[in-house]
Design a protein around this ligand. Structure first.
Ligand code: PAF
Length: 283
């Protein structure tokens, strides 16, 4: 595995691979790898000739009072794990090269970026779309891999790819979970043991909602209420949002007549966690 730090070098490597007729699979990440990241890398390995992984804690997707400075980082461990998962090129750019001081451009995916996490984290998806567009241009992938834990992110990226006519297939993979159901996230490392126990309420409340829908409850408000009631029992948990929405438009659903995505953002102590579940409904 080669570690590449400069934009010129990653572009050269991508161009050379394309000239040789190789397919490129790309996994964008912010590092501090866990099984979720590794599952994306392994999928990219099995479907492409060249696997490129980027490791970049993207400053523009963090709000002014968020955790950019303390976001967990462990480059040496990440290098080992990426290599073990079959990565060919690990791209670790410097922020000054991704965002030079005279940088003026941003990618805005309107509407979809304003809901759910976008409502509580203004500018977050603008930062995500911008960096992903830049990284796509640098790495020239045929396929790019994203985890469904960030469900809204996958919807925003697919929209950007369609709107900008980018020539890349977006591949999404299921959320990887701990044995008690907690979705893997680099931010789980912030949780104290008591908070970690409390964090189970996200998956439990999603499962409760899914059960209720399958039992015939079809009112969005009722399902949102069931989830709020379940999480409300946890003294360390504070709900940011509970959503029952259309899986494509992310519009809130009042009467459930087809598939829905249930999404949650919950602060456990100081740590904001997200999770979601797509519920298939045959009306
Ligand atoms: O999902 C993430 O880790 C980030 O949002 C991404 C896609 C790497 C962009 O910085």
């Amino acid at each position: 595995m080669r570690v590449i730090e400069s934009v010129a070098d990653i572009k050269l490597a991508a161009r050379a691979a394309r000239c040789d007729g190789k397919t490129i699979g790309f996994v964008p990440t912010m590092g501090f790898f866990h099984e979720g990241h590794l599952s994306l890398m392994r999928a990219a390995r099995s479907e492409n000739d060249l696997v490129v992984v980027s490791l970049f804690v993207n400053p523009t997707q963090f709000g002014p009072n968020e955790d950019l400075d303390r976001y967990p980082r462990d480059r040496n461990r990440d290098v080992e794990l990426a290599m073990g998962a079959g990565t060919d090129l690990l791209f670790v750019p410097r922020a000054e090269e991704i965002y030079p001081s005279d940088d003026c451009s941003r990618v805005v995916v309107r509407r979809l970026s304003e809901k759910l996490c976008g409502a509580s984290r203004p500018g977050h998806f603008e930062g995500v779309a911008t960096v992903v567009a830049k990284l796509f241009n640098m790495t020239q992938p045929h396929r790019a891999y994203f985890g469904l834990k960030d469900y809204q992110q996958t919807v925003v990226i697919r929209r950007m790819v369609a709107d900008l006519h980018l020539d890349v297939d977006i591949v999404t993979l299921p959320t990887v979970r701990e044995s008690d159901g907690l979705a893997l996230s680099s931010r789980n490392s912030y949780l104290s043991p008591e908070e970690r126990r409390t964090a189970r309420c996200l998956k439990e409340s999603l499962e409760l909602a899914e059960r209720r829908i399958h039992e015939g409850d079809r009112l969005g408000d009722q399902i949102r209420g069931n989830i709020r009631e379940r999480i409300g029992r946890e003294k360390l948990a504070r709900i940011d949002y509970v959503s029952v929405s259309d899986p494509q438009t992310l519009d809130e659903v009042s009467q459930i007549t087809g598939d829905v995505v249930i999404s949650l953002a919950v602060c456990i102590g100081e740590t904001r966690l997200i999770d979601n579940l797509v519920v298939n409904v045959t009306s």
